[in-house]
Structure formats: structure tokens, C-alpha cells
Design a protein around this ligand. Structure first.
Ligand SMILES: CCCCCCCCCCCCCCCCCCCCCCCCCC(=O)SCCNC(=O)CCNC(=O)[C@H](O)C(C)(C)COP(=O)(O)OP(=O)(O)OC[C@H]1O[C@@H](n2cnc3c(N)ncnc32)[C@H](O)[C@@H]1OP(=O)(O)O
Ligand SMILES: Cc1cc2nc3c(=O)[nH]c(=O)nc-3n(C[C@H](O)[C@H](O)[C@H](O)COP(=O)(O)OP(=O)(O)OC[C@H]3O[C@@H](n4cnc5c(N)ncnc54)[C@H](O)[C@@H]3O)c2cc1C
Length: 664
């Protein structure tokens, strides 16, 4: 049978130790063990089946998600799963639900923005899920512009309460996940008003529904905002709308780590920077970067396995056609995505470390690294989610016609993933934040303030503005120092050029708007440099296992040279490389593809995904694609009857009509 033999023979060609690569991908032997165990637990539990998800009506889909969430919670308690294991369980259940916002945003917001007392009061309730919370920031009229939110929280000194109100239609909360049908509580962001004075946006804990009968509390209007893109996909989530009509909450339900309102109605600022009100977004953006590698690797795993099973043209002497993975065009589209999945994995690992470091510093009142953490999380969230969304769609095309079937797993993966380019900050808006950070860094060069962290390279501005790439032959592009210098020089020159152009404007804000398209490109260049440099740093660590390091080096070079090839205009126009060096990079890239080719299946096996998680007939581990595709088609509800419903009303009359006309 084609698929079985093809994948088995591919696996036998691997030139590296797949088991050791699994450890590298997972992050540690311990993480691999947890992930492996939990993925099997989910795969073997019938409640977590998802094969009919794209065919369910919204109501059935949502109820099924509630059932899965309740079952997941029950299993977490029964099996006494740790936080790490519970998070893995959520990952493998593979269904967006209110739990994500409760654990991923509501709880972190109380932790990050609540005082000690507030944490003591609310966190035990939230951890035991005696209350379920969501994150209600975005409104109908404003999402990106958080300072433009219109919901008001007016202090009433008579009763020691805040009055939460939606003064306009556009102030209706709109989008929060988990809000529509489930959450009992929300962190609501609104304008703090004291004595008619507006003190800007702050977070407030508001109870939305009764804990007895789940009905909305007086003054609260609440519902789901409707069907979203694709079948199944993000429709398992109850993204909601919420309006307040003068709803009163006690004063101590304003999150008061950043600023406090006293009983007398005085606003007291603590030593914490006000930007901490945006803190949850930094946390979630970091999570989203880690998740990007999961979504991309999943699509790549499907497309790679199928590309080894699928044969078209090129009949060989043994009577078999060519595996499509052997076409150079297929390789040049697929292997950069494989390399990107690994690159995003490692940059996500690093970002997790950076976030933990910033968090520890914040606990100790050291706020110095917050701006860089904001720039890195914003920029990398934007870069990785855009590339992943495009990558999933490319994987669908790499699978030809069958990729368009829901049973390939790719349409739903695409539909569920693409909002990541918008939520937690629109990707362009986030790149503009990075650009502001870069311009600020460039403007401070020479002022005695040394650039730190990911901008350290900017301290070598003079060298990077003048250096010439040393590449003379294709293999020179394999040297990490050569790649790094080219990426650093490109980013430096683009940031400096933007800063110089900006300086020509009398009004900096006007200049920023006018030059924003260039500024976004400079931000992309900086973020790509971070990804490349973190991959290179990873390779400097001790990497055990036969051939593992060699494969990772090839993937790192593919990622870097593919980006160089894609953004050749930047590298050439800034004079970082010559046209000759560009064509040498391309030649090197081709040879790297040949190096990866025999290892491609093993490199996707290293993700250690179960067939349940992949939920793709094309990506099956055993490669048994055709019989299963055939079997799958018959399961469609349309095939329940041979003659379809509607035949007598709609098909037969047409046929009869034609008959009459023909007789005339
Ligand atoms: C069934 C299964 C069951 C299983 C059960 C299992 C059970 C158990 C399970 C257990 C485990 C489950 C786990 C699940 C986890 C899941 C994860 C979560 C997934 C969530 C999904 C995601 C959902 C999506 C949620 C959302 O979507 S939520 C909404 C997000 N919304 C946005 O993202 C708005 C963007 N807009 C802005 O972020 C700003 O508005 C703007 C543009 C910056 C302008 O900001 P503005 O202040 O106007 O102006 P600037 O001047 O630019 O900034 C002013 C100054 O502040 C600075 N600064 C701006 N920012 C920041 C910032 N952050 N931080 C620091 N500084 C900042 C800036 O540098 C400047 O500094 P300076 O230069 O002054 O020094
Ligand atoms: C699936 C999903 C789940 C969500 N979950 C939540 C949630 O749980 N809680 C919550 O509070 N919110 C949630 N959101 C809302 C989300 O955070 C916002 O939609 C997001 O921040 C983008 O804001 P916006 O919709 O206002 O886009 P807009 O800002 O209106 O963007 C529209 C266009 O304008 C451009 N644009 C905007 N500003 C600028 C600028 N300054 N310069 C250049 N271009 C600009 C953008 O690039 C974009 O092309 C969710 C959204 C989605 C899609």
C-alpha cells in the first residue's frame, strides 16, 4: 500500500536521532514525558473526539464544548493534574473555550494588577472555578486604541462604590471570549471618573451573572456576538457583547496595584508604572508566540507527510510516479515553513524566559526591562502569527485539492488560527509599537544611554552602517557570524534611515504617520533578526543525539536564507549585500533543501503529534491516506441517503421542466 510503504521508507532514511530531537522540540525530557502522556490520555478519551466538529450546528458545537470543558475539569481534579499537565491537557483538547480566558487572562490580570488583598480574595475562588472570569477590554467602537474606551467607572463617595456604565452604543463591550454565555465575572476596563475628572483607563472586577441561576444581574445586558469565520473553528467560543446600565460595584473591586482610590475619593499613584495596566497583554502575547510554533508545525506535519505519500507525474522505470516532495518547487515552499516552525519554537522558549525574568523584576519593583519586554512580545507576536497564518494556507495549497477538504484538518486549523493576527493587538498596530521603540533607541545612541537586550547590536552603529558582507562563495553563507552581521546591518540601516526621515518633520507625530509603512518594515527587520539570533544562540548550547545538531543547523540556515531571499529588496537597497552575494545565498538555500529532504518526515515526527491532535486524514502517521479519505467521505451527513432531501421539491421539477421543453 502506497502510504504505508512510503512513510516507513522515509523514516528509515533519517540521518539523526528522532527521539533526541523530540526532547529538543519539547524543551526537556520531562516536558516530553508530560506532553506524550497527556496527549495519549486525550486521544483515548471519547469525550474529546473532534472528528464531527465542522459539521455541528452552532448550538450543538457550543454545548459539546461545554461538555468537554466540564469533563476536562473533572479529569484534572480526579487525576490531580499539576498546572503544567492541565495546560497540556487544554492544548491537546484543541478547542478554544471560556477556560482559556479564565485561566489565560482573568486570573493573570488579578495576579498582575490586583493588590495582595485583592489577590487573596479573588484568586482562591478563581482557582477552584467557583467563579468564571473573562477579560472585557475591547468595545464596539475601540479595540486597538485602548485609551479611547468609553465605558465609565464613576466613583460615588456617598456609597463608596463605582458606577459602571455604558454611555453609548459604541461603548458596548464587544468580543471578549467566554463573556457571551458562560462568565460569571469579568475584568472590565473603563474610564476612572472621580469628581467629574477623567483619570484614564483602569480595570474593575465586575460580577455579571447570578451564581444561583446564571441570569445576568440587574443593569447588565449580555449575549453572544454571532457566528465567526469557518465551520467549527473559533465558534466554540462565546465571544460576547455586554452593556452596563449604572451597575454598582464596591470600591475595592477596582484593581489597585497601579493606582488606588481612597474612601475619600483621592487617587493615589503607587511607584508602579501606569503601563502595567497593559500587563496582561504582554503575558498573553508571549503565550501566543509559543503557540505559533504549534499551529505552524501541525500544518507542516500534515503537508510534509502527505507530500511524501502523494505522487504525480514522472513515471519511473519501476512504474511508480514521483513523490511530490521531490519537486524542488514543493521543497522551496515547504522546507522554509518547517524551518520557521523550529525557529518560532526556540524564539518562543526564549521569550518565555524573558517574560519570567521581567516578571521577577516587577515583583522586586524593577521596571527597567518592561519597555523592551513590551517591544519583544508585541513584535514577535506580530511576526510569528502573520507567518503562521500564511504558512497554514500555504500548507493547504501544498496538499492540492485534498487540502481543501475539512478532513485534511487544514481548513479548520486556518480558520481557528487567523484571528491571532488580530486579537491581542492587531499585527500592524503592534509593529508600530516596535517601531516607536526602535526610533527611541536610535535617537538615544551617543547620549551615553547604552542599548540593552535585543537592541545591543545598535551600540555598534558605526560599524554596522559601513560593514560589507564577506561572502565570496555559497558556503560562506553557512557561517553564523556572516548571517548575523547581514541581518544586524539591514535592521540597523533601516531603523537609522527611518529615524533620519522622521527628523525632517517638524511634527514628529505627523512624520510617524506619514512614514508608518517604512517604520513597519524596519520593525519587521528587527524582529526577524531576533528570531535568527535566538536560533543561532540555541545552536551554541550542548545538543546531544546523533545528527541532531546538524539538522538544526541546516534548518537555522534555511530560515535565515529564506528570509534573506524573501526580503532581498531590503538587503540590496541598504547595501548590506551585493546582487552576486544574493545569488550565492540562493544557491546555498537549494543545497540546504537537498540536505533536509531525506530527513523531512523524521523532522515532523519529532513534533510527536498524535493523529487525534492532527485530526487530518492527509497527515496520518501511517500514511494510509486514500482508503481513509474514501471512508471519510461516506460519513458526511449528505451521504445518509442516496437520494437527497429536496429532490422532489427542487430537482425533479427542473428535470421534468426540461423534459416538457424538449417535447415542445
Ligand atoms: C474545551 C477545552 C477545555 C479545557 C479545559 C482545561 C482547563 C485548565 C486549563 C489550564 C490552562 C489553560 C491556559 C490557557 C492559556 C491560553 C492563553 C490565552 C489565550 C487567549 C486567547 C486570546 C484572546 C484574545 C484576547 C484579546 O484580544 S484581549 C484585548 C487585546 N487588546 C489589545 O491588544 C489592544 C492593542 N492596543 C494596545 O495595546 C495599546 O492601546 C497600544 C496600541 C499599545 C497604544 O497604547 P497607548 O497608551 O494609546 O499609546 P502609546 O503612546 O503607544 O503607549 C504609551 C506607552 O505605553 C507603552 N506600552 C504600550 N503597551 C504596553 C504594554 N503592553 N506593556 C508595557 N508598556 C506598554 C508604550 O511603549 C508607551 O511607552 P512610552 O514610549 O511612553 O515610554
Ligand atoms: C477571535 C477574537 C477574540 C477576541 N477576544 C477578546 C477578548 O477576550 N477580550 C477583549 O477585550 N478583546 C478581544 N478581542 C478583540 C481584539 O483584541 C481586537 O479586535 C484587536 O485588538 C484589534 O482591534 P480592533 O478590532 O479595534 O481593530 P482596528 O484597530 O479597528 O483595526 C482595523 C484596521 O485598522 C488598522 N489600524 C488601527 N489603528 C491603526 C494605527 N494606529 N495605524 C495604522 N493602522 C491602524 C489595523 O491595522 C486594521 O487594519 C478579540 C478579537 C477576536 C477577533
Amino acid at each position: 500500500m502506497a502510504g504505508f510503504d512510503d512513510l516507513a521508507s522515509e523514516r528509515s532514511k533519517a540521518q539523526f536521532d528522532v527521539e533526541e530531537m523530540k526532547v529538543i522540540w519539547a524543551g526537556s525530557r520531562h516536558t516530553l514525558e508530560v506532553s506524550d502522556r497527556i496527549s495519549r490520555l486525550v486521544a483515548n478519551d471519547p469525550v474529546f473526539r473532534k472528528d464531527t466538529r465542522t459539521m455541528l450546528s452552532r448550538k450543538d458545537l457550543f454545548k459539546n464544548t461545554l461538555r468537554k470543558a466540564a469533563h476536562a475539569w473533572k479529569r484534572i481534579i480526579e487525576l490531580r493534574l499539576s498546572e503544567e499537565e492541565a495546560a497540556e491537557l487544554r492544548f491537546y483538547v484543541d478547542e478554544p473555550a471560556f477556560m482559556d480566558l479564565h485561566w489565560g487572562m482573568f486570573i493573570p490580570t488579578i495576579k498582575g494588577q490586583g493588590t495582595e488583598e485583592q489577590q487573596q480574595k479573588w484568586l482562591p475562588l478563581a482557582y477552584k472555578m467557583k467563579i468564571i472570569g473573562c477579560y472585557a477590554q475591547t468595545e464596539l467602537g475601540h479595540g486597538s486604541n485602548v485609551q479611547g474606551l468609553e465605558t465609565t467607572a464613576t466613583f460615588d463617595p456617598q456609597t463608596d462604590e463605582f458606577i459602571i456604565h455604558s454611555p453609548t452604543l459604541t461603548s458596548s463591550k464587544w468580543w471578549p471570549g467566554g463573556l457571551g454565555k458562560v462568565s460569571t465575572h469579568a475584568v472590565v476596563y473603563g474610564r476612572l471618573i472621580i469628581d467629574s475628572k477623567d483619570y484614564g483607563v483602569n480595570g474593575f472586577i465586575v460580577q455579571l451573572r447570578s451564581l444561583d441561576d446564571h441570569l445576568p444581574l440587574p443593569g447588565i445586558t449580555i449575549g453572544d456576538i454571532g457566528m465567526k469565520f469557518g465551520s467549527g473553528a473559533y465558534n466554540t467560543m462565546d465571544n460576547g457583547v455586554l452593556r452596563f446600565d449604572h451597575v454598582r460595584i464596591p470600591r475595592d473591586q477596582m484593581l489597585m496595584r497601579v493606582s488606588q482610590v481612597t474612601r475619600e475619593g483621592k487617587l493615589v499613584q503607587s511607584n508602579v508604572p501606569w503601563q502595567l495596566v497593559y500587563g496582561t497583554m504582554v503575558y498573553v502575547r508571549q503565550k501566543i508566540v509559543s503557540d505559533a510554533s504549534c499551529a505552524l508545525s501541525r500544518a507542516v506535519c500534515i503537508a510534509t507527510r502527505y507530500s511524501a505519500v502523494r505522487r504525480q507525474f514522472g513515471l519511473q522505470s519501476n512504474g511508480i510516479e514521483t513523490q511530490v516532495i521531490d519537486y524542488k518547487t514543493q521543497q522551496s515552499r515547504l522546507f522554509p515553513l518547517l524551518a520557521s516552525a523550529y525557529a518560532f519554537r526556540f524564539v518562543g522558549e526564549w521569550l518565555k524566559w524573558l517574560y519570567m525574568d521581567v516578571n521577577q523584576r516587577l515583583q522586586a519593583s524593577d521596571f527597567s526591562t518592561l519597555p523592551e519586554a513590551h517591544a519583544c512580545t508585541a513584535g514577535l507576536k506580530s511576526l510569528t502569527t502573520s507567518a503562521t497564518a500564511d504558512g497554514i494556507e500555504e500548507c493547504r495549497k501544498l496538499c492540492g485539492g485534498h487540502g481543501y477538504l475539512c478532513s485534511s484538518g487544514l481548513p479548520e486549523l486556518f480558520a481557528v488560527y487567523i484571528p491571532a493576527c488580530t486579537y491581542e493587538g492587531d499585527n500592524i498596530v503592534l509593529l508600530l509599537q516596535v517601531a516607536r521603540f526602535l526610533i527611541k533607541t536610535v535617537s538615544q545612541l551617543g547620549s551615553g544611554k547604552e542599548p540593552v537586550g535585543t537592541t545591543v547590536y545598535m551600540g555598534r552603529v558605526e560599524q554596522l552602517m559601513q560593514c560589507h558582507c564577506a561572502v565570496q562563495k555559497a558556503e560562506d553563507w553557512l557561517k553564523p557570524s556572516v548571517i548575523l552581521e547581514a541581518f544586524e546591518a539591514r535592521s540597523m540601516r533601516m531603523s537609522v534611515a527611518s529615524a533620519q526621515n522622521l527628523a525632517k518633520f517638524d511634527n514628529q507625530e505627523e512624520g510617524f504617520l506619514e512614514l508608518s509603512a517604512d517604520l513597519v518594515q524596519a520593525a519587521v527587520a528587527h524582529c526577524q533578526l531576533i528570531v535568527v539570533s535566538k536560533f543561532i544562540e540555541k545552536l551554541q548550547q550542548d545538543i546531544p543525539g546523533k545528527g541532531v545538531k546538524g539538522q538544526l543547523e541546516a534548518l537555522c540556515n534555511i530560515y535565515a536564507l529564506f528570509i534573506l531571499h524573501k526580503h532581498l529588496g531590503d538587503f540590496l537597497s541598504t547595501g548590506c549585500i551585493t546582487p552576486k552575494q544574493a545569488s550565492l545565498a540562493n544557491a546555498q538555500l537549494r543545497s540546504l533543501y537537498s540536505q533536509v529532504r531525506p530527513n523531512a518526515i523524521a523532522l515532523v515526527d519529532a513534533f510527536n503529534y498524535t493523529d487525534h491532535y492532527l485530526s487530518s486524514v492527509l497527515g496520518r502517521y501511517d500514511g494510509n491516506v486514500y482508503p481513509k479519505l474514501y471512508e471519510e467521505a461516506w460519513k458526511d451527513p449528505l451521504n445518509d441517503s442516496v437520494v437527497p432531501d429536496g429532490y422532489q421539491e427542487y430537482i425533479q421539477p427542473i428535470l421534468k421542466q426540461q423534459l416538457r421543453n424538449a417535447r415542445l
